[in-house]
Design a protein around this ligand. Structure first.
Ligand code: ADP
Ligand code: MG
Length: 226
């Protein structure tokens, strides 16, 4: 099992007012799964994703990542886990606009201390995997939205993470580009990549093999055939 969360609560506190956002969320994800978490705006999707991705901590509950108790990790261990084990894909791509596709994809490898020649080789391979071998030297402004997201997916894959987390990966794309990104996710999952994707779009969620709904901070598994 890659993710094993039990009884996760998350509150935000502002002006001494406690706002409960996640209310007793349990979620287990095995290696090789492709899971969509669906829910309306404000239901707690990004809050959950930030906890899964070790960008934030739960208020209470247990979270094991590959059996390791993440709640006991210090900041450094959280950062190492994010760098080595998790690939992130965001709605707004989060690419560096002054850098080429190759440099953007190679960036996590430089944080991992890998030398330039190997960085460039591995970034090129990742871009080939997402169908952008002919765009390695293009900057984000020279790419379409769908191509930018494929660069971001290549960057998410370049460290060979145990899991890819995608928060509304098609939210900024037209429907044709969104479909291409979904085709790519299906291909990557068939090749063995574990994916957890967040979306408010049922059509996008239907590409995943397993679907969960999050409503008002509580998670519900969709039964087969629904
Ligand atoms: P979603 O991604 O499903 O749209 P979020 O997880 O971003 O929802 O937010 C869920 C709720 O938590 C919202 O009501 C939002 O206002 C609140 N929230 C999110 N982040 C913070 C924060 N840093 N401080 C206070 N409230 C927050
Ligand atoms: Mg969100």
């Amino acid at each position: 099992m890659i993710l094993d969360m039990k009884g996760i609560f998350k509150d935000y506190t502002s002006d001494k007012l406690v706002v409960p956002v996640l209310k007793d969320v349990s979620l287990a994800v095995d290696s090789g799964e492709y899971v969509a978490i669906m829910g309306p705006s404000g239901s707690g999707k990004s809050t959950l994703m930030n906890i899964i991705g070790c960008m934030d901590r739960a208020t209470s509950g247990t979270y094991l990542f590959e059996g390791k108790d993440v709640s006991k990790f210090n900041e450094r261990q959280m950062a190492d886990l994010r760098l080595n084990s998790i690939g992130f894909v965001f709605q707004s791509f989060h690419l560096l606009s002054q850098e080429t596709a190759l440099e953007n994809v190679a960036l996590p490898l430089s944080y991992a201390g890998i030398h330039r020649k190997e960085r460039r080789e591995r970034a090129r391979e990742a871009l080939e995997r997402v169908g952008l071998a002919d765009r390695v030297d293009f900057k984000p402004t020279q790419l379409s939205g769908g191509q930018k997201q494929r660069v971001a997916i290549a960057r998410a894959l370049v460290n060979h993470p145990q899991i890819v987390l995608a928060d509304e990966p098609t939210g900024a794309l037209d429907s044709a580009s969104g479909r291409q990104v979904m085709e790519l996710f299906s291909k990557l999952n068939e090749e063995g990549t574990t994916i957890v994707m967040i979306t408010h779009d049922a059509g996008i969620a239907s590409h995943a093999k397993r679907r969960l709904d999050i409503i008002d901070g509580m998670i519900h598994e969709e039964r087969k055939g629904e």
